[in-house]
Design a protein around this ligand. Structure first.
Ligand code: ARG
Length: 486
């Protein structure tokens, strides 16, 4: 029997006595969601158990009825957990499937389950419970990902690489510093999800179809039983609200964008032209045609899959933008983007955590590249500033020195003849620079500061790449990870 069949007549050519035949087959197939929403089954059953207990407390069901229904729902819950349920596509969605199974097992008492409830507040409740579970799993995935980043930072974090701006060599930075940037991003991602979790954790049960259930239900008690922090305050809002889906999708899309940026760097770094890292065999693939190939496919797939999560966010916003208040069937379209985006994120976190923890680093290749592109120029300019030259003039003198080095084919500023910088200072229209040029041996003294090590040492501020700062930051990140209850 269709659970909403009472007021309908059979489709043309069907036996009117046959309740199964109310809607046209193609229309039924069009509206069917069981393939997707079967994932809500554990949440649907938990919600039903709490609802039945609430009906009992309100005196709407007898103790015996409550016991029978809760027993039947618990059995179903166990069968769901064991994967022993066969979903009937004729029954549209997970809610109707489970109620029909309960009827099959318990008989007419199952007909009392849906008292004071609509699928509208039911699905809103289920989806909040599902999303809460998903956030907790994703949080574990983010922590494991951070653990892999911090582990690599502990192993190889003191290697030096060329930090870049505009995709061009800028200043040397420590690998640990670079990796901890991703840890910061992951921590913000965790906090965004935790924030969404806090806001979504209220129970819509008792809102009914839209006006509020027509029974004296203690909504707070039922909410408490389901681990919610409270109840929704407005029944119309409660059945039509999917803001929490948007919030979670926004957090997931941004989190995936972060993973995609890391994936992009891994793809370049593992290119032999860079040669900074080698992706382990287990995370590399070959080519069907080119015997020489060693491809970072998992990283590329993370980068590509991030697109799905961005699409999911825009899909959900698109679903909501034209909806009048209350439940509209459009809302059934919330699940494919939400489930798909969460699955993409969990899978990507897992594969990147493995890839990062098995990554080998070529410290020499990184260090060689860190010295290319005159990356110590700023440190040299700062040395002039410390000796009284205004920064703009110091910038100009060092810029001229870089130009000379380039023309003379000298790869590093520290290898320039000291006389050149002395001449440049002497020719400056800045008096302080000319005075400095007169100091004996000043050229060699200044050039000695233009090394990778003094460049690193100079960035001795909170959040900077000085060796001791990064060592402290790695230790702090490790301590923070260890303090998270898991
Ligand atoms: N399958 C529906 C959904 O996911 C459940 C609620 C249906 N409610 C209704 N009145 N048809 O949104």
């Amino acid at each position: 029997m269709r659970l909403w069949g009472g007021r309908f007549r059979a489709a043309k050519g069907r036996d009117p006595a046959d309740d199964e035949g109310v809607a046209d087959d193609a229309v039924a197939a069009f509206g069917r969601s069981i393939d997707v929403d079967a994932a809500l089954a554990p949440d649907d059953l938990d919600g039903s158990i709490a609802h039945v207990r609430g009906l009992g407390r309100a005196g709407i069901l007898t103790d015996a009825e409550v016991e029978a229904l809760v027993g039947g729902l618990r059995d179903l819950r166990r069968d769901v957990d064991n994967g022993e349920i066969r979903w009937d596509p004729a029954l549209e969605d997970v809610h109707l499937n489970l109620e029909a199974m309960l009827t099959e097992r318990l008989g007419p008492v199952a007909g009392k389950l849906h008292t004071g409830r609509s699928r509208n507040d039911q699905v809103a409740t289920d989806l909040r419970l599902w999303t809460r579970r998903a956030i907790d799993r994703v949080d574990g995935g983010l922590l494991a990902f951070e653990d892999a980043l911090v582990g690599l930072a502990e192993r190889e974090g003191d290697a030096v690489l060329p930090g870049s701006t505009h995709t061009q060599p800028a200043q040397p930075v420590l690998l640990g510093h670079h990796l901890l940037a991703y840890v910061e991003m992951a921590e913000r991602d965790r906090s965004r999800l935790a924030d969404a979790r806090r806001r979504l954790n209220v129970s819509p049960l008792g809102s009914g179809a839209l006006a509020g259930a027509g029974y004296p239900l203690d909504r707070e008690a039922t909410a408490h039983e389901l681990g919610f922090d409270g109840v929704t305050a407005n029944s119309i809002d409660a059945v039509g609200d999917r803001d929490f889906v948007v919030e979670v999708l926004a957090a997931v899309a941004l989190g995936m964008v972060h993973l995609s940026r890391l994936a992009e760097e891994i793809a370049w770094w593992s290119n032999p032209r860079f040669g900074f890292v080698r992706v382990a065999d287990a995370y590399s693939t070959g080519s069907s045609m080119l015997p020489n190939k060693r491809n970072p496919d998992p990283a590329e797939l993370v980068r590509g899959r991030s697109a799905r999560t961005i699409a999911a966010l825009t899909a959900m916003l698109g679903i909501l933008k034209g909806l009048p208040l209350g439940y509209q069937r459009d809302l059934q379209e919330d699940k494919p983007p939400l489930f798909g985006a969460v699955a993409a994120y969990e899978g990507s976190l897992g594969v990147l955590a493995g890839l990062i923890s098995t990554l080998s680093v070529d410290r020499d290749a990184m260090a060689t590249a860190a010295a290319e592109g005159y990356t110590t120029a700023t440190t040299l300019a700062d040395a002039l500033v410390r000796r009284g030259v205004p920064f703009r003039s110091a910038h100009h003198v060092v810029g001229e020195l870089v130009g000379r080095a380039e023309r003379d084919g000298i790869a590093e500023l520290s290898a320039m003849p000291p006389a050149v910088i002395e001449q440049l200072l002497a020719a400056s229209d800045e008096a302080a620079a000319r005075r400095l040029a007169a100091e004996p041996g000043i050229g060699a003294t200044l050039l000695a500061t233009a090394t990778i090590e003094s460049s690193l040492a100079a960035a001795d501020v909170t959040g900077g790449t000085a060796r001791a700062r990064v060592a402290d930051a790695i230790a702090a990140a490790r301590a923070r990870l260890e303090a998270v209850p898991r």
